[in-house]
Design a protein around this ligand. Structure first.
Ligand code: PLP
Length: 823
């Protein structure tokens, strides 16, 4: 394993022997060169020009990229590997130009072409290598780490197909494959020198060496090649270029000799395609696992390749003395998805480097940290033991050994309590035994964190209560955040300009400086400018909504927005019920004091999640009725925006007046969409859930509309929930249910919404939609009343942006850096 030195150090050695290269050409010159030699440029081909510009920008980064690596290597800097099955990066160009301060130069370079800078950015495919919040968090963290000059590398999978593209046909979601790499990816660099092989299947054997020590070997494995593709992650104007290393699976060149010799040449070659399946597709399930074998293969592939890469780098510097490994490396696990890394790190240290168990365990426990992202039981990964035994036999042995030793500790802590042992075991017994991946992660990690104060508290009191009592010191909270570079400076240039004009540019790297906006809330001209910015952003969103869904929004109306994955716990249904209520009121002529609104819902449903898909269909059908009634349209417009993704959010959050964050309390771990909206001056209507609670603390109760049951009330009500009573007590909800049941929204499709109606009326409705309806309706009335007073509304909008500083991911990462990573 000690061919060792990383590729960049090899390059640096080579570079040291070469004469210094000519000064690199300017961005404009590089762009000219790429256009000229790109050969295929035809007038107006945005995609070709995008590639030429992206390649030029990448070239501008190469020196700094190398310098970053050599700096981190030379100073033997402690480094963090952020392991995540998802990185929802979106487009890279605009963000890179912002961080590198090359936007003006790019516009200049483009001025000779018949393509606008904006059109050119639209030509970039989103890197949709994630489902939603968890993957986008990883992307925001990478930006913050680079901008805060931290040596953090993202490790992920280079999926050939990212998150599916969503079309809406007759109101139904249709999934289309996302071949984002079809035209090539100008940002990536393939590094064959970093190849590693990842073993699967086979069997284990035990050997005794000449010192009488027992060793395990894992034989007859099917090996898969992991090839590294690096993507640059530029910090904000600080010279640091970090790396996102994405692994692609390829066949090794070891042909099956038997097949070969029998003359089955073609079959032997064709079977190599199996290896490449591993990184073919992102699983499109948000907050739920599907237990597919291929998914476990992805998890192990990522974990093994990344750990081999880290160990190789370590050995290049320190040789095979691993005593400093934990002092130089932290592995942050983004949810349980990569938690097989626990057993893989043990395997590599034991079987490849010959360490004793205790030494290997000590290193493992001091270098791993685990972030939990959800309390939903369906998201807690469990893998069947037989599957493990077949695919990863050596890993299963190691997990058994970890479990046996750990259960001794449990037995010591709770003497004679067999039930406790069973409850806390990493192996869940049953007709088919399962490996509980979250428990494996907790046992081996020195830090376990939740992602908002409420979420962490619920972890300690509920799901992980026993672990908290065993190891209270491991548990900590790191409330999520979002990067102000992408979500304010890049996405909302109008507001960014206004902020910088009054506050200087310091807020871009220190978002707490936005608190100084409070000095301006009595400055009438400033309030006018604030409104103009919002109005101009709304005009752009009007065009997007018209283009994508055919619905006409109006900038003079209140923009009420809920965009996020479609999930019952997020309660898009509650929002739709409210739209039906407004529709009914308008038709009944009760429009006194009503504020005209445009309601926008967007988001993807997991392809196998029938209820979520039906909620989209309901939204589409209600939208059709609302938008086709000329009596209604002066007061209400309703659109479902197809294919919600990062690029869409960049246009949506700057234009929203009202942000809907209405999950059932206790179910949304944090939310990050809520933070993007707040930063951009939207007011929030939401439940006492996730980070909404901390937003209330930051902005004050007069500037946010929180309503409904608390997490404690939701759980108290679980066993005696009577939705019928809640419906009867609310005349509004009674009418809404009657209208739904009458088939008014599905006249030609009888019965299609019966399961939605039944869910709302069921005492088993976990999401308690009916229970919160009336409180939600009243909160919406308060929203409308406030919107009539544009002066006050604007002041509250400013107060929201002013108080959003603590939701910068820079702030979150400072917490990880100081309290977990200790860089
Ligand atoms: C921020 C973001 C999310 C997360 O939104 P939540 O409202 O926190 O669920 C999901 N998808 C995209 C594209 C995002 O930008």
């Amino acid at each position: 394993m000690s061919d060792a030195a990383t590729d960049m150090t090899t390059q640096q050695r080579a570079a040291a022997k070469l004469p210094p290269c000519e000064p690199c050409d300017s961005l404009a010159a590089a762009f000219e060169r790429h256009v000229r030699y790109g050969l295929s440029y035809i007038e107006g081909a945005e995609s070709e020009l995008f590639h030429a510009l992206a390649l030029s920008v990448k070239e501008q980064m190469l020196d700094a990229w190398l310098a970053t690596r050599s700096k981190d290597n030379d100073f033997d800097t402690k480094q963090v590997a952020y392991l995540s099955l998802e990185f929802l990066m979106g487009r890279a160009l605009g963000n890179a130009l912002l961080n590198l301060d090359l936007t003006a130069q790019s516009r200049e370079a483009l001025s000779d072409y018949a393509v606008s800078f904006e059109q050119l950015q639209e030509a970039e495919h989103d890197a949709g290598l994630g489902n939603g919040g968890l993957g986008r968090l990883a992307a925001c963290f990478l930006d913050s780490c680079a901008s805060m000059d931290l040596a953090v590398t993202g490790y992920g999978i280079r999926y050939e197909y990212g998150m599916f593209a969503q079309k809406i046909s007759d109101g139904y979601q249709i999934e289309r494959p996302d071949r984002w790499l079809r035209d090539g990816n100008p940002w990536e660099v393939r590094l064959p020198s970093h190849n590693v092989t990842v073993p699967f299947f086979g069997h284990t054997e035990s050997h005794v060496d000449k010192h009488g020590r027992r060793h395990m070997t894992w034989n007859d494995t099917h090996d898969v090649l992991a090839v590294a593709y690096d993507m640059p992650v530029p910090g904000y104007r600080n010279g640091r270029i970090n790396t996102l290393r994405l692994w692609k699976a390829e066949a090794t060149d070891d042909f099956d000799l038997d097949e070969f010799n029998q003359g089955d040449y073609s079959e032997a070659v064709a079977s190599k395609n199996l290896a490449e399946q591993i990184t073919m597709v992102l699983y499109p399930n948000d907050a739920s696992e599907n237990g597919k074998e291929l998914r476990l293969r992805q998890q192990y592939f990522l974990s093994s390749a990344s750990l081999q890469d880290l160990l190789r780098r370590y050995v290049a510097h320190h040789g095979e003395d691993f005593s400093q490994f934990a002092a130089k490396n932290v592995l942050q696990l983004n949810d349980t998805h990569p938690s097989i890394a626990v057993a893989e790190l043990m395997r590599l240290l034991l079987d490849h480097y010959g360490l004793e168990w205790d030494a290997a365990w000590d290193i493992t426990c001091n270098s791993l940290a685990y972030t939990n992202h959800t309390l939903l039981p369906e998201a807690l990964e469990r893998w069947p033991v037989p599957l493990f035994a077949h695919m990863l036999p050596r890993l299963l042995e190691i997990i058994y050994e970890i479990n046996a030793r750990y259960l001794e500790l449990v037995a010591h802590h709770w003497p004679g309590d067999g039930a406790k042992l069973a409850a806390m075991s990493i192996i869940e017994e049953g007709p088919v035994a399962h490996v509980r991946m979250a428990y494996l992660a907790i046992v081996a990690s020195f830090s376990v964190n939740g992602v908002a104060a409420l979420h962490t508290q619920l972890l300690k009191e509920g799901l992980f209560r026993d672990f908290f009592s065993l190891w209270p010191h491991k548990f900590n909270n790191r409330t999520n955040g979002v990067t102000p570079r992408r979500w304010l400076a890049h996405a909302n240039p109008r507001l960014a300009g206004l902020l910088s004009e009054h506050l200087g540019e310091g807020w871009i790297t220190d978002l707490s400086q936005l608190s100084r906006l409070k000095d301006l809330i009595h400055d009438e001209p400033f309030l006018g400018r604030w409104r103009e910015v919002k109005r101009a952003n709304k005009a752009e969103l009007v065009a997007l909504v018209k283009r994508e869904s055919g619905v006409s929004f109006d900038v003079d109306m209140l923009f009420d927005v809920q965009v996020k994955r479609i999930h019952e716990y997020k309660r898009q249904l509650l929002n739709i019920l409210h739209v039906i209520h407004l529709y009914h009121q308008i038709q009944a002529g009760n429009t006194a004091g009503m504020v005209p609104r445009c309601v926008l819902i967007g988001g993807k449903a997991a392809p196998g999640y029938a209820m979520a898909k039906l909620i989209i269909k309901l939204a589409a059908n209600v939208a059709h009725m609302v938008n086709s009634d000329p009596l209604v349209s002066p007061y209400l417009r309703f659109a479902f925006l197809p294919n919600y993704n990062v690029s869409a959010m960049e246009q949506i959050c700057p234009a929203a007046d009202l942000s809907e964050q209405i999950s059932t309390a206790g179910k949304e771990a944090s939310g990050t969409g809520n933070m993007k909206f707040m930063m951009n001056g939207a007011l929030t209507i939401g439940t006492h859930d996730g980070a909404n609670i901390e937003m209330l603390e930051a902005v004050g109760e007069d500037n946010i509309f929180l309503f409904g049951l608390s997490a404690a009330q939701v759980s108290d009500m679980r066993n005696h929930y009577r939705p019928g009573e809640a419906i009867a007590l609310s005349p509004a909800l009674t009418q809404v249910m009657a209208l739904l049941k009458s088939g008014h929204f599905n006249l030609l499709e009888p019965g299609i919404f019966d399961s939605i109606i039944a869910a709302i009326e069921s005492s088993d409705d976990q999401w308690m939609t009916a229970a919160d309806f009336e409180a939600y309706r009243l909160a919406q009335e308060n929203v409308a009343r406030l919107y009539l007073d544009q002066h006050q509304w604007t002041q509250k909008s400013i107060r929201n942006t002013a108080a959003s500083g603590r939701f910068s991911s820079d702030n979150t990462i400072a917490g990880y850096r100081d309290e977990i990573w200790r860089l």
